[in-house]
Design a protein around this ligand. Structure first.
Ligand SMILES: [Zn+2]
Length: 303
């Protein structure tokens, strides 16, 4: 049997929805691939993220990934000089097109910038309200309830996991870690399965002297070959769907040539849920990942 790589596409911005998603749909059609698209559904206030520039580590990332050419100057002013465009209201047809092409669709967030900046300041009620705004947009666009979600920047906590449980999702993908599990925080075990991302993202590797672009494919595929289970690769409509589209197509071609099969994350969730008794309960903690600034949710494996 082919080794599986789950593809999770985070769509952060209106520009990424309009251009990056379209590019990825064409690419996936050429290679006969189905993937998971997680959408930012509310206002694109990317410009407000500029204040992160004053956080330690962010400048390093800016110089590595060249934020202006990646996001475009207009996107960087969304929510600053003019109100951010509401993605689900502006592009319902584009979002529906993704589902019609056979891909899994799910929730990234309502307002990307707000989630990243305020999740840890919100009450459980406020978190639920924000998540449910995304659920409402999703239902309006797709005429069905969402079954999956993965938060911006792997920012997740007890309140966000509770919102998932209340929404009866099939799974969430909100953290980094090696294998599917039920998350536990402060002694409470949540009922929504977590499928963690277990490969580094392109932007975490880019620009580091040990990982020139032409070595990143080899680095990622070597990891996939060494691991026992399936891998989840998280990509961004704004990067792999745009500036790094050519690299991504080469990565896909090389992986398929070596016998890997790309699947939507829901396929891996359903596979794990076939035998729930084998799914471990693991703590979800806050930690750091090389190449990424700040903290994010991490699966803590008991040994
Ligand atoms: Zn994101």
């Amino acid at each position: 049997m082919n080794k599986l790589i789950g593809l999770k596409i985070d769509v952060d911005t209106e520009r990424g929805t309009r251009i990056g998603v379209k590019n990825l749909l064409q690419l996936f059609a050429r290679h006969n691939i189905y993937a998971t698209f997680l959408f930012s559904l509310g206002p694109d206030n990317t410009g407000r993220a500029l204040k992160r520039i004053f956080r330690p580590g962010f400048l390093k990332k800016v110089s590595r990934t060249s934020v202006v050419s990646t996001y475009g100057i207009k996107t960087l002013l969304n929510g600053v000089l003019w109100p951010g465009p509401h993605i689900a209201k502006k592009h319902p047809d584009l979002l529906q097109q993704v589902q019609k092409a056979g891909h899994e669709v799910g929730i990234h967030c309502y307002d990307h910038c707000r989630w990243q900046d305020y999740l840890f300041t919100w009450s459980e009620e406020e978190t639920k309200t924000e998540f449910n705004r995304a659920v409402d947009c999703f239902k309006t666009v797709f005429h069905q309830a969402p079954q999956s979600a993965g938060t911006p920047g792997w920012q997740a906590n007890a309140a966000s996991l509770q919102a998932y449980d209340d929404a009866h999702l099939l799974y969430g993908s909100d953290c980094r870690g090696p294998y599917p599990f039920y998350p536990k925080i402060n002694g409470h075990t949540f009922k929504t399965l977590q499928i963690p991302s277990n490969l580094p993202t392109l932007d975490e590797l880019l620009g580091r002297p040990e990982y020139p672009l032409n070595k990143i494919t080899e680095t990622l595929l070597e990891r996939c070959e060494l691991s026992a289970g399936a891998e989840i690769f998280t990509l961004h409509a704004e990067l792999e769907g745009m500036r790094y589209l050519e690299w991504f197509e080469q990565f896909i071609t090389e992986a398929q040539g070596r016998g890997f099969q790309f699947v939507p994350v829901e396929a891996l969730a359903k596979k794990a849920l076939e035998d729930q008794s084998k799914i471990p309960v693991c703590e979800m903690i806050q930690g750091e990942v090389e190449g990424r600034s700040g903290t994010l949710a991490i699966q803590q494996c008991s040994i």
